[in-house]
Design a protein around this ligand. Structure first.
Ligand code: ZN
Length: 140
């Protein structure tokens, strides 16, 4: 009989493409769920942040900034900024390309991440924020 368990946690970020390893927080939710086999969905409920899976080391974290600037340059002519007197169209665009969630199989109580894979939260916004991340575990 499968069941679901959902819990959210908050993360303080610095914005500006900061990459944070949130794997420990996700593992805590899995522990609390008591579920050992199924799927784990990790979702950030904000339109200028993203969740993905990546190696987590300083060089790559720096490279993410370079890649993000290529996806959507910070300086540009954006309707979102013009029409809303906002400054973060590039943040929204980077977020929508990477996406708000990942789903990872859970097998025998463990995430099936590869040796170098971590679940990461990336904050593309232009200032420090507090981000809400949801984890839903589905299984038995
Ligand atoms: Zn905006």
């Amino acid at each position: 009989m499968s069941r679901t368990f959902a819990r959210r946690f908050q993360v303080a970020t610095a914005g500006h493409d900061q990459v944070l390893d949130i794997t420990p927080q996700v593992r805590e939710v899995i522990q609390a769920s008591g579920i050992r086999d199924g799927l784990v969905c990790v979702f950030v409920a904000h339109s200028t942040a993203a969740v993905s899976v990546s190696e987590y080391e300083p060089g790559l974290v720096e490279d993410v900034r370079v890649a993000a600037e290529r996806i959507a340059p910070e300086r540009g002519s954006y309707a979102h900024n013009r029409l809303n007197a906002d400054d973060n169209a590039h943040s929204h665009l980077r977020s929508l390309v990477i996406g708000p969630s990942v789903t990872v199989p859970l097998v025998s109580g463990a995430l099936t991440l590869g040796t170098w894979q971590r679940i990461v939260l990336i904050d593309f916004d232009t200032h420090a924020r507090t981000r809400t991340v949801w984890v839903q575990v589905l299984g038995e």
